[in-house]
Design a protein around this ligand. Structure first.
Ligand SMILES: C[S@@+](CC[C@H](N)C(=O)[O-])C[C@H]1O[C@@H](n2cnc3c(N)ncnc32)[C@H](O)[C@@H]1O
Length: 251
């Protein structure tokens, strides 16, 4: 399995809020899921969200293509499967709920992935998706955040928005879902220009790992140069972000 995240697994928790973020995200998901039903996280990563839900008594199974991410999830989540969301290794109707955080946009084909989720859900079950494409709802206000958002957009193109709520709303009927609602979660964290620079220099994002030599020269290096020009790089930056959880009902 092609697993870009194998290369960034060692620094993933440090860069993406770790267990603190996992707990906050689990609090957005918890009211939407049923404690008496099996729950799947697609693209479970290091298990920070699934681990928080498991600690609250939910019966969670996590799948991921990255063995290095899964290796970090084993202390948090009991049931893990090294597997691909494009072809889920579960029986029809096996789950009462499937959720995914920052992962569905990585599917080969979003409609096919949604159909695959629908297959594994019981009628009336729900799919909750937190898209990574939240720049539209909470664009970064600080110069470093704006430089990185622009760089990300240039590197990933429209891929990041493939699973935004408005896109899922268009696709869900064909996949056997009704679009129910969007739940917003506000999340803030501290960073600095120095931390942002380090994150990029260490290739801490999947788009950086995949970047071609041309993209490195034309997109990443100019972004790094702009970041290095920002004065007082160690000053604290507070980032406020809104994460959107789209809720789809299996019909
Ligand atoms: C940005 S991480 C999100 C991890 C976790 N959901 C979280 O909130 O931290 C995306 C995850 O999706 C996984 N992934 C990418 N493509 C996948 C696929 N086709 N099937 C299953 N997992 C996949 C990656 O390996 C990575 O662990």
């Amino acid at each position: 399995m092609n697993a870009i995240f194998d290369k960034i697994a060692f620094q993933y928790d440090e860069n993406r809020g770790g267990e603190r973020r996992g707990l906050q995200f689990s609090e957005a998901i918890e009211p939407l899921i049923d404690k008496n039903r099996r729950v799947l996280e697609m693209g479970v990563g290091t298990g920070v969200v699934a681990g928080a839900l498991q600690n609250k008594g939910y019966d969670i199974i996590g799948i991921d293509v990255s063995s290095e991410m899964l290796r970090r999830a084993v202390d948090r989540v009991t049931a893990l499967v090294w597997s691909d969301m494009n072809k889920l290794p579960f029986l029809d109707g096996f789950f009462g709920c499937v959720y995914s955080v920052w992962a569905l946009h990585l599917a080969d084909d979003i409609t096919k992935a949604l159909k695959e989720v629908r297959r594994t859900l019981d009628d009336g079950g729900c799919f909750i998706n937190c898209s990574a494409a939240n720049a539209g709802v909470s664009p970064p206000k600080d110069p470093a955040g704006q430089i990185v958002a622009e760089m990300q957009l240039q590197l990933s193109g429209p891929q990041l928005s493939r699973d935004a709520p408005e896109e899922l709303e268009k696709l869900c009927g064909e996949a056997g879902f009704e679009f129910e609602t969007v739940v917003n979660l506000s999340h803030s964290y501290k960073t600095s220009v120095t931390e942002v620079l380090l994150h990029i220099e260490r290739n801490g994002m999947s788009t950086l790992v995949k970047a071609s030599e041309d993209q490195r020269r034309d997109i990443i290096e100019p972004a790094l140069a702009k970041l290095r020009d920002i004065p007082n790089p160690d000053d604290e930056i507070i980032r406020d972000r809104v994460h959107q959880f789209a809720v789809l009902r299996a019909v």
